[in-house]
Design a protein around this ligand. Structure first.
Ligand code: ADP
Ligand code: MG
Length: 340
C-alpha cells in the first residue's frame, strides 16, 4: 500500500533547478532514505512534502489526500498535513523543558491534559528518555536532544515522519546507535518514514529502500542490496560503496571472453563494475591478472590494496588473513561483476 505519492515535482529557486520532475511512491510502514551529495535537492524534496516549500509543478498525495497540486492549485498548509518533522539541529525550544517540548504538538491541539501526560510518558519510554522530562534541552546530550526531537515528531501520530539528516551532528559511534534506535522505533510504531542523508553507510544500514539523487534528479530507487549489487549508472556505483569501473576491453585484455561471460551477466554495456571484495589475491594460475601492490590500508577486519597491473589499477578488499607487504608481486582474480 502506498502512503505518500510524489508526482512530477519540480522546484526552482530563481535560475537554479533544485528538483527536476521527481516522481516517487513511499510504501506504508517503510523507511525510505533519500541519499545524495550535498546540494542535490534532498531537503527541497522533503520540505515540499512537509509544505515548507512550494514547488512550481507536480502533485503530492498523502494517504490519497492531495496536499499539493500545481494542476488543481492546491496547497495544504504544513500544520494541516499531519506530518512529523525532525531536523538536523534538533530544533527544540530552549525555554521549554523536555516534557513541554514533546507535548507541544498536542498542547496546541488543546488535547486533554491527562491524555497528554500519559502520551508523553509513553513516548519518553519509547525513545529511551524516561525520567528526563524536567530537564531543559541544554542539559541533555546531543543524542538525547535528538531522541526528544524524534519523540516530538511522532507524538501526534503523524501519517508520515520526515527526517532531514537527523544524526549528522552526532559522533560516529552515537550516530550508529541512533540509527539502530530509529529502526527499532520504526518497527515498533510501524510509522512510514522518509529519511534524508548524504551518508551512504547510514542509508545502507537502516533503509528498507533507498532513493538516490544527484543534481535535482532521481537516479535509482531500490532496496540496499539492489542498489549495491545492480547500480543503474556510474554515479550510483561510485556513490554507494567502493568500486572498480572497467571497460569491457580492459577486462578482455586480461581475461578470455568465456571467463568474463561466466562471472558477469550477459553483456549489456561497455562498462563493468567490480566491487573490491569481489577480487581476491590467489595462488591459482588460471584466469589471473598479475600486478604489484602499490598501496595498502589496514582497516582492522579487512585490508584494502591498490594493485597496479599492466593496463590499470585495481582496488581490492581482502579479509585480514591475506596480509601482503607493499610492492609484492601478486596474482588477482575477479570473482564477479556486473555491467552498468
Ligand atoms: N531557499 C533557497 N534559495 C535559493 N537556493 C536554494 C534554496 N534552498 C536550496 N537552494 C539550492 O537548491 C539546491 C538544492 O538544495 P537542497 O535541497 O538544500 O540540497 P541538499 O539538501 O541535497 O543538500 C542547491 O543548489 C541549493 O543551493
Ligand atoms: Mg539538505
Amino acid at each position: 500500500m502506498i502512503t505518500a505519492s510524489i508526482h512530477n515535482i519540480s522546484k526552482k529557486y530563481g535560475d537554479i533547478s533544485a528538483i527536476k520532475g521527481i516522481s516517487l511512491d513511499i510504501n506504508k510502514g517503510e523507511l525510505l532514505s533519500i541519499l545524495g551529495p550535498s546540494g542535490c535537492g534532498k531537503s527541497t524534496l522533503l520540505y515540499s512534502v512537509a509544505g515548507l516549500e512550494k514547488p512550481q509543478e507536480g502533485e503530492i498525495k498523502l494517504n490519497e489526500r492531495l496536499l499539493f497540486s500545481s494542476y488543481n492549485n492546491i496547497f495544504i498548509a504544513p500544520e494541516k498535513r499531519n506530518i512529523g518533522l525532525v531536523f538536523q539541529n534538533y530544533a527544540l525550544w530552549p525555554h521549554m523543558n523536555i516534557f513541554k517540548n514533546i507535548a507541544y504538538p498536542l498542547t496546541i491541539k488543546k488535547e486533554n491534559k491527562k491524555v497528554i501526560k500519559q502520551k508523553v510518558l509513553d513516548i519518553l519510554n519509547l525513545v529511551g528518555l524516561s525520567g528526563k522530562e524536567k530537564k531543559y534541552p541544554h542539559q541533555l546530550s546531543g543524542g538525547e536532544q535528538q531522541r526528544a526531537a524524534v519523540a516530538r515528531g511522532i507524538i501526534m501520530n503523524p501519517d508520515i515522519l520526515l527526517l532531514d539528516e537527523p544524526f549528522s551532528n552526532l559522533d560516529a559511534k552515537l550516530r550508529e546507535r541512533m540509527q539502530d534506535e530509529l529502526k527499532r522505533i520504526q518497527k515498533y510504531t510501524k510509522l512510514t518514514m522518509i529519511h534524508v542523508t548524504h551518508d551512504q553507510e547510514e542509508a545502507m544500514r537502516i533503509s528498507d529502500r533507498i532513493a538516490i539523487m544527484n543534481s535535482g534528479n532521481l537516479l535509482q530507487v531500490g532496496n540496499p542490496d539492489e542498489i549495491y549489487n545492480y547500480p543503474k549508472d556510474v554515479f550510483v556505483a561510485g556513490f554507494i560503496g567502493k568500486s572498480n569501473l572497467l571497460s569491457y576491453d580492459i577486462i578482455n585484455y586480461y581475461l578470455t571472453e568465456d571467463y568474463i561471460n561466466k562471472i558477469i551477466n550477459k553483456k549489456k554495456t561497455n562498462t563493468i563494475l567490480v566491487r573490491p571484495e569481489d577480487i581476491c589475491i590467489t595462488n591459482s594460475d588460471k584466469n589471473i591478472i598479475r600486478g604489484i601492490i602499490t598501496d595498502k590500508f589496514n582497516k582492522g577486519s579487512v585490508f584494502l590494496y591498490s594493485v597496479k597491473t599492466k593496463a590499470n589499477e585495481f582496488l581490492i578488499q581482502t579479509d585480514n588473513t591475506s596480509n601482503y607487504p607493499l610492492n609484492s608481486n601478486v596474482s588477482i582474480t575477479i570473482k564477479k561483476g556486473c555491467y552498468i
